[in-house]
Write a protein that binds this ligand. Structure first.
Ligand code: G3I
Length: 327
């Protein structure tokens, strides 16, 4: 059977998101098929700094160590986000919201402690995650970062990360990254950062896609737009849901034959585009390794199984693996 990372060794890295559990349950598959890892949750601020000044690196260290032991790269995810921030981050001990200066100090301390610890081991970071609003009427997403610091929280985060590890590639990462309206806003944000000489090196396209959307044209246009800024592009959280967004059925025990066929065709088309842009795309990471575990089994419908990857629940290659490795 084909080996994913070998098929793509002249193109880009092939990554998987892992957590404490799948690092063990999928270890054979990870070692064999992938050459990059991302922590699904273990490097997020609430996990790394649960209390101010008290860092907890055990779980993320284990992921980094596994990667080192097996000659894999690590994508760091994530330093600044509106979600999964520790409770204490935005207020003082009396519960009062802190001011801009104080929050910037906390941001700097978090970013620099984490980035320095993994310098030389984590070579790219999602510095800012999902800062753009989904609503077309709004540019930046409402968040405590935006409220307290202002729009420049984004550039500050990049400067702090760059100072901590000048050799790391620094990414802006987002979802719905191929849909025209959001795509243009991401482009506008990143372009303005580059004009301000902010140290940013890439755009992360999360790629939470499904068997019908986004269209290949929109994906292509997104890659071209981001690349036109002279940046790398990485596919950072790929999964291909067998359900359309509107489909809220809960009764399927297995994907239908039609779903499997469509999924294999979609994967084939996606990877064909990725190969075309090999000069630009430096890494393709799935948001999991195999169909036995995916965050999509809780989203958008709680407890509903999904089958979004190239390997099945028993870690065997699916039809889709053949399509992406036959070229
Ligand atoms: O750790 C707690 C546990 O103590 C508690 O008992 C349990 C009860 O719900 O929750 C556990 O936390 C969960 C956490 O994952 C760790 O398993 C959270 O509820 C759950 O919301 C959280 O979900 C993660 C989600 O980010 C949070 O927004 C998903 O696993 C993770 O796959 C997902 O990843 C994000 C990327 O970071 C950014 N892009 C979108 C992507 C998918 O949403």
């Amino acid at each position: 059977a084909p080996i994913l990372k070998e098929s793509y060794s002249n193109y880009f890295r092939i990554g998987a998101a892992v957590n404490e559990r799948t690092l063990h349950s999928a270890s054979e598959l990870l070692k064999k098929q992938f050459n990059s890892l991302t922590a699904e949750n273990e490097m997020k601020p609430e996990m790394l700094q649960p209390e101010e000044g008290v860092f907890s690196f055990e779980k993320s260290d284990r992921i980094v160590q596994f990667a080192q032991d097996h000659n894999m790269a690590v994508r760091g995810h994530t330093l600044v986000w509106h979600n999964q921030m520790p409770e204490w981050m935005f207020h003082d001990t009396t519960g009062t919201t802190i001011d801009r200066q104080r929050l910037l100090e906390r941001m700097k301390s978090h970013i620099q402690t984490v980035v320095k610890r993994y310098a030389g081991k984590v070579d790219c970071w999602d510095v800012v995650n999902e800062a753009i609003a989904d609503e077309s009427s709004q540019f930046l997403r409402a968040s405590k970062w935006l409220d307290i610091v202002g729009e420049d929280f984004i550039e500050k985060a990049f400067f702090f990360a760059h100072e901590a590890d000048p050799t790391a590639s620094l990414f802006y990462n987002d979802y719905n990254e191929s849909e025209p309206v959001k795509r243009d806003k991401i482009f506008r944000l990143v372009k303005s950062l580059i004009e301000k000489e902010v140290p940013i090196h890439g755009v992360g396209m999360q790629a939470h896609w499904n068997i019908h959307l986004p269209t290949i044209d929109n994906i292509r246009r997104a890659i071209e737009l981001y690349a036109s800024l002279g940046l790398q592009v990485q596919i950072t959280e790929m999964d291909v849901s067998v359900f359309d967004w509107e489909d809220r059925r809960t009764d399927l025990k297995q994907p239908t034959d039609e779903m499997k066929e469509l999924q294999a065709e979609r994967f084939e088309a996606f990877f064909k585009v990725f190969r075309e842009y090999r000069e630009v795309i430096t890494s393709v990471t799935f948001w999991g390794a195999a169909d036995d575990y995916t965050w999509l089994s809780d989203f958008p419908v709680r407890g509903r199984k999904n089958w979004p990857f190239l390997f099945d629940e028993n870690h065997r290659p699916k039809e889709a693996l053949t399509t992406v490795t036959s070229f």
